[in-house]
Design a protein around this ligand. Structure first.
Ligand code: NDP
Length: 350
């Protein structure tokens, strides 16, 4: 089956060419030699793929903050060498030893240590465990699923966590920090779609119109949250989704209303959390941790189903930058240098 599908690849498609009897495909590879980490774009043989019971032709991947850290070596993301980065991908099953998937099925994957401990999505082929994959929701093409990618899926998990903590639209306004980033902008869309008065917090007030177009009822500056606060501030917000961490998360927690909740998923500002227990013990505030990578399968399927019902992906097209796989390394450096905006889509199948 693989040979058949590979033989059917267009000559322009760099993935899946054969050298002799070995199937070769293009990949971004991160290697470590003599303590030095390097990333390169080159051909890899199929027999080098890690073990897994489903083989997928990757069509689209994305570049997440974590991928950029891995590729540039600026963060300790990679746990085994050599590594193909890419914490998410969408594509088509070519071979399967699992009864859950058949050749031709459209699938997507987020997390599970893929791109960190197990070869990931920045390659023409991926071999993974069946339980890591979910069927592509019919509402999305493989490209649209990756426009949302791990950022959209994480934003949905954050919203679901707030709902589970009983934060309702009638309870009052909900904050989203890092609002113009990937997770933040989709969180703004989701909350406003669900009827929450959504207040976007950003360090880039130039993005005010964009954030309002996504549904923010108000856009406020990040600087309101960057100074040390009293243990409890005026209780203004029914809930929050935070991607920033550090003082921003601490300031947000101090201003949450009685029995409100904060879904914390990121550390774009800092890993620290300089706060007191006052919001938790005096206002009953809940701090909800979000770990998209190891989230149970049933919950991730529910998250993708809800995304399919709530999101009009075409509204995100304006903030998508698309790169071929051959330019993923350059894109990772641009992301780390703060020179990119919105969602970075990697066209693997080209
Ligand atoms: P992006 O880089 O797209 O967005 C992050 C946003 O945070 C920026 O757009 C900016 O928003 C704000 N920001 C950036 N730097 C700082 C800073 N120094 N201080 C305060 N705010 C800052 O990243 P993503 O949205 O993809 O991811 C956001 C975070 O969530 C990351 O830390 C990522 O690792 C994490 N994450 C966690 C997941 C999980 O499972 N827990 C899954 C996915 C992501 P603005 O300019 O609007 O202020």
């Amino acid at each position: 089956m693989l040979a058949h599908l590979c033989a059917g690849f267009s000559p322009n498609n760099q993935s899946g060419r054969t050298a002799g009897t070995r199937v070769m495909f293009d990949a971004v590879i991160i290697e470590k030699n003599d303590g030095q980490q390097t990333a390169s774009f080159r051909q890899v043989a199929q027999d080098q793929l890690p073990a897994g019971d489903v083989l997928v032709i990757v069509e689209w991947s994305t570049l997440n903050y974590k991928d950029a850290l891995a590729i540039t070596g600026k963060g300790p993301i990679v746990k085994s060498w050599p590594m193909v980065p890419g914490v998410d991908f969408s594509g088509t099953v070519v071979e399967s030893r699992s009864s859950d998937f058949q050749p031709g099925d459209k699938v997507l994957l987020n997390g599970w240590g893929v791109g960190e401990k197990h070869w990931g999505g920045l390659a023409g082929l991926a071999q993974v465990n069946a339980e890591w994959l979910i069927a592509l929701p019919t509402a999305f093409s493989t490209r649209q699923a990756m426009i949302l990618g791990t950022a959209g899926y994480t934003a949905m998990l954050c919203v679901m966590a707030l709902e589970k903590a009983d934060v309702r639209p009638a309870d009052g306004p909900v904050l989203v920090t890092g609002a113009s980033g990937g997770v933040g902008s989709i969180a703004v869309m989701l909350l406003s779609e669900l009827g929450y008065a959504t207040v976007a917090v950003t360090g880039r007030m130039a993005e005010k119109d964009y954030l309002e177009s996504l549904g923010a009822s108000r856009v406020i500056g990040r600087d309101l949250f960057t100074q040390k606060t009293r243990p409890l501030e005026k209780a203004e917000w029914a809930g929050a989704i935070d991607v920033v961490g550090g003082q921003v998360l601490a300031s947000v927690c101090a201003a949450i209303r009685q029995r409100g909740a904060v879904a914390a998923c990121g550390l774009a500002g800092s890993m620290d959390l300089p706060l007191t227990v006052a919001p938790f013990i005096l206002r009953g505030v809940s701090l909800l941790g979000i770990d998209s990578a190891l989230c149970p399968r049933e919950q991730r399927i529910r998250a993708w189903d809800r995304l399919a019902g709530l999101i009009d992906v075409t509204r995100l097209e304006d903030v998508v930058s698309e790169y071929p796989l051959s330019q993923a390394i350059e894109a990772a450096h641009a992301l780390m240098d703060g020179k990119t905006r919105g969602r970075i889509l990697i066209n693997v199948a080209g």
